[in-house]
Write a protein that binds this ligand. Structure first.
Ligand code: PEP
Ligand code: MG
Length: 573
């Protein structure tokens, strides 16, 4: 019998596939782990330990083969620690006392890690992180967390929340839909799903816990409806929707060749947001004019060490070449917030979105920033690139980052490597501080890109990932609209261009406002490009200015959204 669930359609589209329940969050997986008798747990631990040692061995072999000697050495050291009989004895003792194997592993490795942490010798201190890493690896094997087999698609992935690193590893074409328990609209997993056009429904809550692997599921990302084991009549009814989706895709491909230009000639560049080179397939299909945001941090995720200069260079070069002469803006690593990176060993934080993230990490770990700058500069030989800094709050950060950019150039010069000397250097305006200081910051850079996802959360004090407050999260809040208007004016009055790369840029309702404010570029997830382009092509600048004047007189986000919705509906009719 068909069962129906209702959530929030956050990525439009229809998906049909077989359910795959993910348990990637280790804490959650350990919590849900069903322990057996001490004898069972002891044998599971022995098997998991052997599997972990083999996994680490393979990583060491691969690193050696790739000439990554440092990594190979680290992996060899991990192997030795994992094989230490004293550690195994400690874990076995805990298991014998009735502790479940994953908890015993995490507790024992933490005990040893705490001893190393307290040492004065910096080398020994660092071994604490190795121990924790090994503990997590064994616990992941025991619980099955993170070991995702993407084979046998089309899959409908289902989880309370999916870590961005897992989402970034989804192979194109294998995932037909995503179901999430959480209700956020701008989480990074949803952003990745959007880039790939994977129909997604969020906010399904605890209903998801009743679902099981292998069930056939129909996902309607337009309405937020989810059908478990859909019957024949439902499947047939959805054939019509799929046919009209195909028709829409055909229309979009016709639009892809055209520019985003108003009826009276104001042109806005429409670029794509991407998280990995493969996202360029869809971006080009939808007619992007370059890349306005390459979220480079996804290159750093789902692995045990930071990507080398060569690895980054290969990824950036591929994207730059595929931009075919249009600008490719690469944002420096934006780790932190909802994108943790275990191997950077950043201590847990009370408020990660207000903590050690983005440019703050890059400036304190210059070896990471220098490697990234060198890779970007080298990719710049193959087409125009720009560098963009995330989470800036003051001019000092830009000055310091520029100093490292010069150092990266000097190092490349000394090596005799080919690199671009002229790269645009810009910042994201995603903190209220940067928005208010825009006139000052404009003196330090070549362009701004407004990151509304964070700007909204910081301006309204509304966590972008918390479904309990998501009704308050709106890029049409008058305070946000006013900040955006001021930033655009500040940039233009100082002669620099300004774009937007937060989700607002891909909202067709926002296009009239941003056109009236004379934004120069809008960068969005690829599937959003055709509709935004269609809206821009159907209006004049004076239409846009009139509606801007109207909404500026409204003092409520929902009233503004409704007025814009009427306006856009009339345009599209
Ligand atoms: C933003 O904050 O608007 C943005 C584009 O960056 P991210 O969503 O990656 O935080
Ligand atoms: Mg951001």
């Amino acid at each position: 019998m068909t069962r129906q669930l209702e959530g929030l359609g956050v990525v439009p589209g229809i998906g049909l596939g077989f359910l795959k329940v993910l348990t990637t969050d280790l804490t959650h997986a350990v919590h849900r782990y069903a322990a057996g008798s001490p004898a069972d747990e002891a044998s599971k631990f022995t098997n998991a330990l052997l599997a972990a040692i083999e996994e680490i061995h393979q990583l060491a072999v691969q690193a050696q083969a790739a000439g990554q000697n440092d990594l190979a050495e680290i992996m060899e050291a991990h192997k030795a620690i994992a094989a230490d009989p004293e550690l195994a004895a400690n874990i076995s003792e805990k298991i014998a006392q009735g502790v479940a194997a994953p908890q015993a592993v995490l507790a024992a490795t933490e005990e040893y890690a705490a001893v190393f942490s307290a040492m004065d010798d910096p080398y020994l201190k660092e071994r604490a992180a190795d121990l924790r890493d090994i503990g997590r690896r064994i616990a992941r094997i025991l619980t099955g967390a993170g070991a995702i087999d993407f084979g046998g698609g089309p899959l409908i992935l289902c989880a309370d929340e999916i870590e961005p690193s897992v989402a970034a590893a989804m192979p194109a074409g294998q995932v037909a839909g995503i179901l999430l328990g959480q209700g956020s609209q701008t989480s990074h997993t949803i952003i990745i799903a959007k880039a790939q056009g994977i129909p997604t429904v969020s906010g399904l809550g605890t209903e998801l816990e009743t679902l099981a692997d292998g069930q056939q599921v129909l996902v309607d990302g337009y309405s937020g409806q989810v059908y478990i084991n859909p019957d024949q009549s439902l499947l047939e009814a959805y054939q019509n929707k799929l046919a009209s989706e195909q028709e829409q895709l055909k229309q979009n491909s016709l639009l892809a060749e055209l520019s985003a230009i108003t009826k009276d000639g104001q042109r806005i560049q429409l670029a794509a947001n991407i998280g990995r080179p493969a996202d360029m397939d869809n971006a080009l299909k939808q007619g992007c004019e370059g890349v306005g945001l390459f979220r480079s941090e996804f290159l750093y995720m789902g692995r045990d060490t930071a990507p080398s200069e060569e690895e980054q260079f290969a990824a950036y070069r591929e994207v730059v070449e595929r931009c075919k002469g249009a600008l490719c803006i690469i944002r420096t690593m934006d780790i932190g917030g909802d994108k943790p990176l275990p191997y950077l060993n950043i201590p847990a934080e009370e408020n990660p979105f207000l903590g050690f993230r983005a440019i703050r990490i890059s400036l304190q770990r210059p070896e990471l920033l220098l490697t990234q700058f060198k890779a970007i500069l080298r990719a710049g030989v193959y087409g125009p690139v720009a560098i963009m800094l995330p989470m800036v709050i003051n001019g000092q950060e830009i000055v310091q980052a520029r100093k490292y950019l010069r150092q990266a150039m000097t190092e490349l010069e000394q090596r005799g490597a080919a690199f671009a000397r002229q790269v645009q250097f810009g910042i994201m305006i995603e903190t209220p501080a940067a928005a208010v200081l825009a006139p000052v910051l404009a003196e330090e850079c070549d362009f701004f890109s407004i990151g509304t996802n964070d700007l909204v959360q910081y301006t309204l004090a509304v966590d972008r990932g918390n479904s309990a407050v998501s009704p308050l999260y709106s890029h049409f809040h008058p305070a946000v609209v006013s900040l955006i208007g001021n930033v655009i004016q500040a940039a233009h009055s100082r002669g620099i261009w300004v774009g937007m790369c937060g989700e607002m840029a891909g909202d067709p309702l926002a296009a009239p406002l941003l056109t009236a404010m004379e934004i120069d570029e809008l960068s969005m997830s690829a599937p959003a490009i055709p509709r935004v382009k269609g809206v821009i092509r159907k209006m004049t600048v004076s239409d846009a200015r009139n509606i801007l004047a109207e909404v500026c007189a409204l003092h409520d986000a929902e009233a503004i959204r409704l007025r814009l919705s009427d306006f856009v509906q009339e345009l599209e009719a």
